[in-house]
Design a protein around this ligand. Structure first.
Ligand code: APR
Length: 244
């Protein structure tokens, strides 16, 4: 592992976030102790086949996660706020890609944001593809926003076996970034877990992991800083902005 070397203000930054950045806001991660996948079989709630076989169970799973997210005590934390500050103050190109389907980056004011796994608070009609913000429970009586069908709504989240969103734009940005930062993700799920390799194709690009502990692909990063995101992320953002 090498020390992080400061980057100049005309250089471009791509950031990837995972469930770990939202943990201290009170949202569960997926793996590890108390994770969402503990006690739930992914195949039963997060695949197109599961939705076809048992739409009510899938609706219930996402309705429960939506209710938790919309709870008054769930707020962006210092890590989300630090990334919004970096976006605001960084003069070079800045892209924030998140695997998370929560809205905490938006709530912190992030704008240059790409949700590659979709958004929990949106719905999509499987007949006409129309998307809409959807905070209420969704079920088999939910109507398409275009009124094209009833019971054809699904949560606008990418399921296992489906293609993540905006991949062309993400790869384009990764290939030309000067600094790639991965925050709060275990490196279990591709294509996101492969982003560090794509960024590293340019030998001059620095890749940094900020996580509670080294992820599965930690050794592929130039360097890593470990600890809770609310401590490690603001500190690293200050390091970038101060040019130290
Ligand atoms: N601060 C920083 N990192 C943390 C914190 C914290 N407070 N708490 C946990 N982490 C780290 C864990 O160490 C782990 O490496 O966050 C990571 C969370 O990993 P996962 O639960 O696997 O979540 P993620 O990597 O985002 O999962 C990727 O898998 O199930 C799919 O679509 C789902 O987007 C998700 C994808």
């Amino acid at each position: 592992m090498f020390e992080f070397m400061k980057i100049s203000p005309d250089q471009s930054i791509v950031i990837l976030t995972g469930a770990g950045i939202s943990k201290e806001s009170g949202l569960s991660t997926f793996r590890g102790h108390g994770g969402l996948w503990q006690g739930v079989r992914v195949e039963q709630v997060a695949t197109p086949e599961a939705f076809a076989a048992n739409p009510e169970l899938v609706h219930d799973f996402y309705n429960a996660r939506k209710k938790a997210l919309l709870g008054t005590e769930i707020k962006p934390n210092d890590a989300h706020v630090a990334l919004q500050k970096l976006e605001q103050e960084w003069p070079g190109e800045f892209t924030l890609v998140t695997q998370n389907v929560d809205n905490l980056h938006e709530a912190a004011g992030s704008k240059k944001l790409i949700h590659m796994h979709g958004e929990l608070l949106k719905g999509r009609c499987v007949v006409c593809g129309e998307r809409a913000v959807w905070h209420d429970d969704m079920d088999l009586t939910s109507e398409c926003p275009n009124c094209c069908a009833v019971g054809a709504m699904r949560v606008d989240v990418v399921w296992f076996g489906e293609m993540p969103m905006h991949m062309e734009e993400i790869y384009r940005k990764l290939k030309r970034c000067d600094l790639f930062i991965s925050i709060g993700t275990s490196g279990n799920v591709y294509p996101a877990a492969g982003f560090v390799q794509v960024a590293s194709e340019n030998a001059l690009t620095q890749t940094v992991e900020l996580n509670l502990e080294p992820s599965l692909n930690a050794r592929q990063f130039t360097t890593g800083y470990y600890g809770p995101a609310t401590q490690v992320v603001p500190k690293f953002v200050e390091k970038i902005l101060s040019g130290k």
